[in-house]
Design a protein around this ligand. Structure first.
Ligand code: ATP
Ligand code: MG
Length: 393
């Protein structure tokens, strides 16, 4: 009797001719996600992936739950195709499930057995097998009752190249395997929003490389560490992340000295975009990603977003555009970035902030204001001093 996990994948079924490509990418991503666990192996068979030699480290399941492209998975027992072995496995799992649900032995616990066989040569048909397993469980465990319509627990038996028994079907991360939909540059601040934006874009199969603007000494080493920590959390979903830390102090100082203060934020954003675009070209990335959501702050009105887009020719993806702050925060909690994001280290956007930012900037005026600094030169210098870190969960 061996503990395994049975992984199901979804959307990639739709991909017709590309299917083998997606399946290979998903396989590789599962293998990478499970690299930290010694001895664990991954095998593909019959439109599923099987994770074997799991041992008893429950974190394996947490890692599986973070791989995009998997719709659901089940911790299972793998046994010989033999009724007695299947019955014993079912008993182990049902007892565990009952314990997990804290079902008292005195109350009645309802269940049903559902069997499937792709191996039609197996000597019992599905109905007969379910009946044999159900009967055995009723004899072995007190206070059990069969309820085929609304059971508290379903014991699933699948007879394939081996027999698999499982009770739980756990939702996977969904989406598409990372790397199957190109590459994008994520503008990653230390805030709540941009890590969520990165997660959402990675969910659509996009490989993410990150850019962070750092304004030392106005922003501390701690605020950089925080962004590294966020990358580490994201990399559990996205795989290794290449983080570009861009020195941004000089640009901010120049803008502060030479440009109208009410436009500082929007000008700063444009510089961020332009630098991100340079990085994207170098990294062969095809789009930029930000954590902006419409109307959230002055720099996120339609006019401001237009003025930001105007600085670059690459598409800018804003996966959070239609979300409320509360929805974004909920998602941040779910993916595990929230607690890190709310640590109170200053961000480069929180220094040099104008008292009265324009909310509806006129594009012409923004372009005019930008001419007051030597943009090309500043960008070149910043890019030349980028620090690159490769971060893994
Ligand atoms: P976040 O929580 O992601 O910081 P926010 O709502 O605070 O978002 P802003 O601070 O206005 O919004 O930033 C808007 C977007 O600009 C961010 O989501 C991020 O993509 C990008 N950005 C802001 N500051 C930085 C930075 N220091 N480095 C990299 N990108 C940044
Ligand atoms: Mg921010």
């Amino acid at each position: 009797m061996e503990r395994v996990a049975l992984l199901r994948y979804g959307e990639i079924h739709l991909k017709g001719l590309n299917r083998p490509y997606f399946e290979r990418a998903l396989y590789n991503n599962i293998v990478k996600a499970l690299e930290p666990y010694e001895g664990v192996t991954v095998r593909k068979a019959e439109g599923r992936y099987y994770v074997e030699n799991i041992g008893d480290d429950p974190r394996v399941f947490d890692s599986i739950a973070k791989v995009f492209g998997i719709i659901s998975f089940s911790p299972a027992l793998k046994v010989e195709k033999d009724v007695v072995a299947i019955q014993k496995a079912a008993e182990v799992l049902l007892r565990e499930a009952m314990e997990a649900q804290a079902a008292s032995q005195k109350e009645t616990f309802t269940f049903k057995v559902e069997s499937r066989r792709s191996d039609k040569s197996f000597y019992l048909n599905s109905m007969e097998l379910s009946r044999k397993v159900g009967g055995y469980l009723l004899r072995r465990i007190p206070n059990l009752k069969v309820d085929v319509h609304n059971p508290m627990m379903t014991v699933n038996v699948e007879v394939r190249e081996w027999a698999y028994v499982y009770c739980q079907i756990i939702p996977g991360a969904g989406g598409m395997p990372v790397g199957t939909n190109g590459k994008a540059v994520l503008l990653l601040s230390g805030g709540i929003d941009s890590p969520v934006a990165g997660w959402m874009i990675a969910k659509r199969g996009v490989e993410v490389t990150a850019v962070h603007y750092h304004s030392f000494p106005y922003t501390s080493e701690r605020s950089k560490e925080k962004v590294i920590d966020l990358c580490r959390i994201l990399s559990q979903y996205c795989g290794e992340i290449k983080l570009h830390v861009v020195p941004f102090t000089k640009i901010q100082q120049e803008l502060y000295q030479k440009c109208p203060h009410n436009m500082l934020t929007i000008l700063m954003r444009r510089f961020m975009m332009r630098i991100a675009e340079v990085v994207a070209h170098k990294e062969d990335a095809k789009a930029l990603v930000t954590g902006e959501s419409l109307g959230q702050v002055a720099s996120q009105t339609i006019e401001s977003l237009c003025a930001t887009n105007d600085a670059v020719s690459m598409p800018v993806f804003r996966p959070l555009i239609g979300m409320d702050k509360i929805e974004i925060m909920d998602l941040a909690r779910r993916i595990g970035t929230y607690e890190t994001s709310i640590l109170p280290y200053e961000d480069c956007c929180t220094i040099f902030v104008p008292k009265h930012p324009v909310t509806r900037p006129k594009l012409e005026k923004v372009r005019e204001a930008e001419k007051l600094v030597e943009g090309e030169k500043l960008i070149e210098e910043a890019v030349a001093n980028i620090e690159v870190l490769n971060i893994k969960g």
